[in-house]
Design a protein around this ligand. Sequence first.
Ligand SMILES: Cc1ncc(COP(=O)(O)O)c(C=O)c1O
Length: 431
Amino acid sequence: MKSGSRAHAGNGALIQRVQRHLRERSRLEQRRNSRRLFHEANRLRRLPLYLFTILDELKAQAQARGINVIDLGMGNPDLPPPRNVVRELVTQVQRSENHRYSRKGGDVERKLNQTIAQWYHRKFTVTLDPTTEVLPLIGSKEGISHLSLAFLNHDDIALVPNPTYPVHFNGVVMAGGVLYSLPIHPETNFLPDLKAIPRSVLKQSKMLFLSYPHNPTTAVADLAFFRQVVAWAKQHRIMVVHDFAYSDFVFDGLRAPSILEIPGAKEVAVEFHTLSKSYSLPGLRLGFAVGNQDVLASLAKTKSYIDFGIFRAVQWAAIEALSGPQEYVREAIALYERRRNVFLAGLKQIGWDLAIPKGTFYVWAKLPLKYSALTSLEFATLLVQEAGVVVAPGSGFGEYGEGCVRFALVEPERRLQQAVKRIAKVLQMGD
Ligand SMILES: Cc1ncc(COP(=O)(O)O)c(C=O)c1O
């Protein structure tokens, strides 16, 4: 027996049930696919399984059994968004001119670009040209995936750390580019070893994806690392794509630097931001890219064939978020820090002792010894079925994420404590 052999003998039946469930699910899926009249394009079939689909099913099954599920699976902020932003959105939705297509150079469009440039200067002392070095997006996920489409030919390599936020590699696969994984490990603070990339790979490489504070490992990078990256990228003429979704999410007095703080970084780098996390506005769909103007122009060109821009009322709301009072962000980060402390202390008490995350609102956890022979998907399935706690399996972030699960701290402290109690029961099963 591959899985479960190192797990406690008393859990054998339980583990076999979980494995049977997953096998049956994949058989059903294959049967459904083989019966389809219209087969999906190969590029879709090349994509790895989207694990949240499975977790959503498991969650629904647990809920149907009457379980009050604690969902720590997706990084979907639970805090109410800033009141001033919601107020602005409501006002702007009522103005009929905001329901027309958004046009480049319009009033709100110009103002949003200026606001982003000012926000950048305030936070990172980086100066941006609002017309050429700022590009608002329908969420950063949209922009990151379209960037691969804008730049990758079929023999172009994209260098992507593994594990990482799946859009970094899925965008490459969708665009038909060649994916080259850079394994990242705790021993090197989850930073990729750029010197280990073979020369032949470097020659064909066009893009490097980075993201610090890092989802899912919670690692944080410093300016010294970015300085090396920028020098390396210039030497090899490789574009650096820095996904800075968690720019505010650092704890214990740390600061997360922007890669654009490195002099000359704009020659090779673009940076992506989102309002989804810092302002708890994931439903608004507002992100932006800044940095190298040629790269942004090609991304804008790609988008012009695909979308019609951002709802104008949403753009007004984003201006309010970025230029209004910023206490909301500081309070939200302090709250996530408290959640982190409560959750980690709870897990430690039940014998699951983990490194304290310095950034993001995640906890990246090696599977407990007792269950270390399970795959991360099997362990996540076990937690939903037996504890009613949803977590993200590490394998969903790339094969080097196997052996870990990710908790998103998107439930209040009381629920996190409850989750710990339920997890404790799973850890004690069979004892
Ligand atoms: C690293 C990272 N980048 C981007 C995103 C997506 O953000 P958005 O809502 O702007 O598409 C997420 C969401 O979880 C993320 O974790």
